[in-house]
Design a protein around this ligand. Structure first.
Ligand SMILES: Cc1cc2nc3c(=O)[nH]c(=O)nc-3n(C[C@H](O)[C@H](O)[C@H](O)COP(=O)(O)OP(=O)(O)OC[C@H]3O[C@@H](n4cnc5c(N)ncnc54)[C@H](O)[C@@H]3O)c2cc1C
Length: 574
């Protein structure tokens, strides 16, 4: 039997946190605050605090249920308009009840939460049922400093690749150093997946989401839920890579017809799949291109252009956004008076199934934030975070808070983990294989092939059995290439990309597998061969699990009798 220390560098800890973004850093801080003796190690692929994570790249606006917000009214609205009755309503209520606690912790940790002049959190007229808070984009730097001060250990530039298991229990992980290739073995009583979602490397600001933790957990035997709701699109000006948030209220066809009135729901404040289907229909019927009228954008847009980005004094955010806009003005290819708008694929595969304490279905493993946003069930029939802007950050933070108690208790009581050196050795052989190939395909080319499948609206917005099956065949061809042909060309970062490729391909396969199973249309899942919602058959969640190398599908009835918001009889056909 191989000796662990001969196989790689060994680390031992009580709690291993994979991913040093918002969720990972918050849970690390909370564990150390409540249980100083617990050893916590954060392993980050990039650099925790500065480069890693998404929270330092976005709008920095978080959804909050303030004291005056009515949770019952919000639940009714959210479950019907956004969740399409597929929400775990109990978790949704738990989440609503935890957002102010999140604000309190952030302020305690020195995060400057921006408020209106009267001290209240922001409320927008167009968003009457909930509030927002904002912070500057240096939040992760501050949280990392706080975590280190509390005694959290961090290890950057280390890509975790596979989870180590002892029967049904997760007991650690393996990965490698992206600078010098050292193989790293992590032994831990509890493991937290905080590695973010999968965005398939399409849109530049979502580049870090490659599904690493989710795919590794699936391979280790964890269950996924709601994977069919992973097809998030924004709108973008052709030639630009930035999202036009709220742009649906400023679109016209070539005959000058205003499209929002035709394709957007009355109470839809964000982006609805209806506008994407409508844009495609207009173009297919000869009324393209779809163009964007800037004055409408400012007049009608509730969330994107309402000045939200620049409402507060946030020096880091201001510099970030101004630099981005300057670049956009300089390089954007379409400078027409009314530029052409196209659907902009974002993805958002966030399907780790968890309970209300964020436990996955594997003992010893928890999942947080962008890994389990859809899989935890609260957000219903739509991909993360459409509909409720600001909820990406809030979920990352609140899921971390909700996990802390059970995690700490488990780490205290669990038996010493046992690592199987044979498993560690087999993973090592598999991980470094692309490094040994003399020639072959660049992972970049294979990733491009994967993106060509995922991004066109005919595979991501308007689906059918035939097209999903075609997509699955093409995705599996890329998987075969990932397993047999790709070469890292003796470069450790390329080896990282080879691993990303496997993960992204696996996430794509699981997404289409779930899409094929749901034979109805609901929320962001639209099947032209099943255009109606079917409550009799499909008031259900779809779960996926690896079984003998194949994906086993099971469905679970929503316990609607326990929930306060009941579905209406729906007959509408889109
Ligand atoms: C442009 C943009 C704007 C946004 N604006 C907003 C907004 O205004 N409001 C809002 O609520 N939400 C917004 N979001 C979403 C929000 O930022 C995310 O939902 C949230 O930050 C997710 O936090 P997380 O910690 O779960 O994941 P992440 O921030 O994705 O962190 C995951 C971390 O894991 C690391 N990692 C990944 N794989 C591995 C691996 N194999 N080994 C080790 N480490 C790994 C990554 O490098 C990363 O640091 C925005 C997102 C983007 C991209």
């Amino acid at each position: 039997m191989p000796d662990l220390t001969n196989l790689g560098e060994v680390f031992q800890t009580d709690v291993l946190i994979l991913g040093g973004g918002l969720a990972g850093l918050i849970v690390a801080c909370r564990i150390k605050e409540t249980n100083g003796d617990t050893d916590v190690l954060v392993v980050e692929k990039s650099t925790a605090g500065s480069a890693g994570g998404k929270a330092n790249k976005g709008a920095g606006v978080m959804w909050v249920m303030d004291e005056t917000d009515d949770v019952d009214a919000f639940r009714e609205y959210y479950c019907k308009v956004h969740g399409h009755d597929l929400c775990d309503q109990e978790l949704l209520e738990k989440l609503c009840g935890s957002t102010l606690e999140m604000v309190r912790h952030l302020e305690r940790w020195g995060i400057d939460i921006k408020r209106e002049a009267d001290g209240r959190l922001a409320r927008l007229e167009a968003l009457p049922l909930w509030s927002l808070c904002a912070y500057d984009l240096d939040i992760l730097n501050k949280l990392k400093a706080r975590a280190v001060q509390l005694g959290v250990k961090t290890l950057d530039k280390t890509q975790s690749v596979e989870l180590l298991t002892e029967a049904n229990r997760v007991v650690g992980a393996v990965g490698f150093d992206l600078i010098d290739g050292t193989y790293r073995i992590f032994k831990s009583k509890a493991v937290v997946l905080a590695t973010g979602s999968c965005n398939w490397m399409v849109s530049n600001m979502w580049f870090s989401g490659r599904g690493d933790g989710i795919a590794a957990a699936y391979r280790a035997g964890a269950e996924l839920r709601n994977a069919e709701f992973s097809n998030f699109y924004n709108l973008g000006v052709r030639g630009s890579m930035e999202a036009l948030v709220g742009g649906q209220f400023a679109l016209y066809n070539s005959e000058g017809e205003y499209l929002a009135a035709k394709y957007c729901g009355d109470s839809e404040v964000d982006i609805d799949i209806g506008i994407l289907l409508g844009m495609e229909k207009e173009v297919m019927e000869g009324r393209g291109p779809i163009v964007f009228e800037e004055s409408e954008f400012f007049a009608n847009n509730a969330i994107g252009a309402s000045g939200l980005l620049f409402r507060w004094k946030r020096p880091v955010a201001d510099a970030f956004w101004h630099r981005l806009m300057e670049k956009q003005a300089k390089y954007n290819s379409d400078t027409a008076w009314r530029p052409e708008v196209i659907p902009m694929f974002i993805g958002e595969f966030a399907a780790m199934k968890t309970d209300h304490d964020m436990r996955t279905t594997l003992e010893g493993a928890w999942a947080l934030g962008d890994t389990n946003r859809t899989g935890s069930g609260w957000s219903g029939a739509r991909p993360h975070p459409s509909g409720l802007r600001g909820s990406g950050l809030t979920w990352a933070a609140v899921s971390a808070l909700l996990s802390e108690k059970s995690l700490v208790q488990y780490a205290k009581e669990a038996a010493e983990p046992k690592i199987d050196p044979e498993q560690v050795s087999a993973f090592k052989e598999q991980i470094y294989t692309p490094m040994k190939r003399e020639g072959g395909l660049s992972p970049r080319d294979a990733i491009r092939r994967l993106q060509e499948v995922l991004t066109p609206p005919r595979f991501g917005v308007r689906k059918s059995k035939e097209r999903i099956e075609e997509a699955l065949v093409r995705v599996r061809e890329v998987w075969h290439q990932a397993e047999t042909e790709v070469t890292a060309a003796k470069d450790w970062h390329m080896l990282g990309l080879c691993s990303d490729l496997r993960n992204m391909t696996q996430c794509a396969d699981l997404y289409y597998t779930a899409c094929l199973a749901r034979t109805e249309s609901r929320g962001w899942h639209y099947r032209e061969d099943f255009p109606a919602r079917d409550d009799e058959k499909w008031l259900r969640w779809i779960d996926l699990k690896q079984n003998d190398g194949k994906t086993a599908i099971s469905t679970h009835r929503i316990p609607i009798e326990r929930y306060k918001t009941k579905p209406e009889v729906v007959t509408a056909v889109r």
